[in-house]
Design a protein around this ligand. Structure first.
Ligand code: ADP
Ligand code: MG
Length: 241
């Protein structure tokens, strides 16, 4: 479904990502891990062109996303959901309106957008909070609204950039539960950037480890965290033991 080939991205003289190649099958969950600053966010942001790479291609069902014009890109982005660390909800809108907003802005009928938004909010367990504003929701609930906003488009691919990193530990779990549920359901392929090791162990079909801009190891969690071949892999193994 997704084939990323040889991404290269430099910021000034700093090489953020080099020789980054990755495939994600339909419904597959890939967990991308590595130390802070190793290039994870840059790599996944290139996939929906929040960042333009210097080199490389991103094939979504055979179509290279790099090189699409603005109209074509808008269509592709509807098929790629992105969940960020900071959920950026609009404070004066309800949960339902926050989820509907993007769909309505892109020309969808109000009724259709409402139906899709209710369905997505139900999937994340917020069916009884449709009319709540972000300020009336916990951080975990706000992030679940953020997830629903991405899910409403029924994306083929979901990109997650440390979705639990700004939540306090008690609220992390409810978000991980939703993510695990989505991964098991296999409606979307997923690339999840996270430091949550137990989640990665349990949920990932494949682990990809990065260090200093490059992929240093890739495999099933039962292999990567048990018989790592990279230095970073060895550090994760120690953390699990
Ligand atoms: P990670 O998500 O793994 O923490 P990032 O992809 O955010 O890493 O960053 C990789 C490297 O690129 C870091 O050294 C970071 O400081 C640098 N970087 C990221 N974005 C920019 C930018 N817009 N301008 C300059 N440097 C950047
Ligand atoms: Mg990051």
């Amino acid at each position: 479904m997704l084939t990323v080939q040889n991404l290269y991205k430099q910021f000034g003289s700093l090489v953020a990502v080099r020789q980054f190649s990755l495939t994600v099958g339909k419904g597959e969950t890939v967990v991308l891990m590595g130390p802070s600053g190793c290039g994870k966010s840059t790599a996944i942001r290139v996939i929906n062109r929040l960042i333009e790479p210097d080199e490389g291609s991103v094939l979504l069902n055979g179509v290279n996303v790099i090189g699409l014009n603005a109209d074509e890109l808008r269509d592709v982005r509807k098929r790629i959901g992105f969940v960020f660390q900071h959920f950026n909800l609009i404070g004066r809108l309800t949960a339902l309106e926050n989820v509907m907003l993007g769909m309505v802005m892109s020309g969808m009928q109000q009724d259709t957008a409402r139906d899709k938004a209710v369905e997505a909010l139900t999937k994340v367990g917020l069916e009884s909070h449709l009319q709540h504003k972000p300020g009336e929701l916990s951080g975990g609930q706000q992030q679940r609204v953020g997830i629903a906003r991405a899910l409403a488009y029924e994306p083929e691919l979901m990109l997650w950039d440390e979705p639990t990193a700004s939540l306090d530990p008690i609220l992390v779990r409810e978000v991980l539960v939703v993510m695990e549920d989505l991964a098991r359901n296999r409606a979307s392929g997923m690339i999840v950037v996270t430091h949550e090791l137990p989640f990665a162990l349990r949920v990932a079909d494949r682990i990809v480890l990065m260090d200093q801009g490059s992929i240093v190891e890739e495999g099933e969690p039962s292999r990567v965290f048990v018989r790592p071949v990279s230095e970073i892999g060895g550090k994760y193994k120690e953390l699990i033991e």
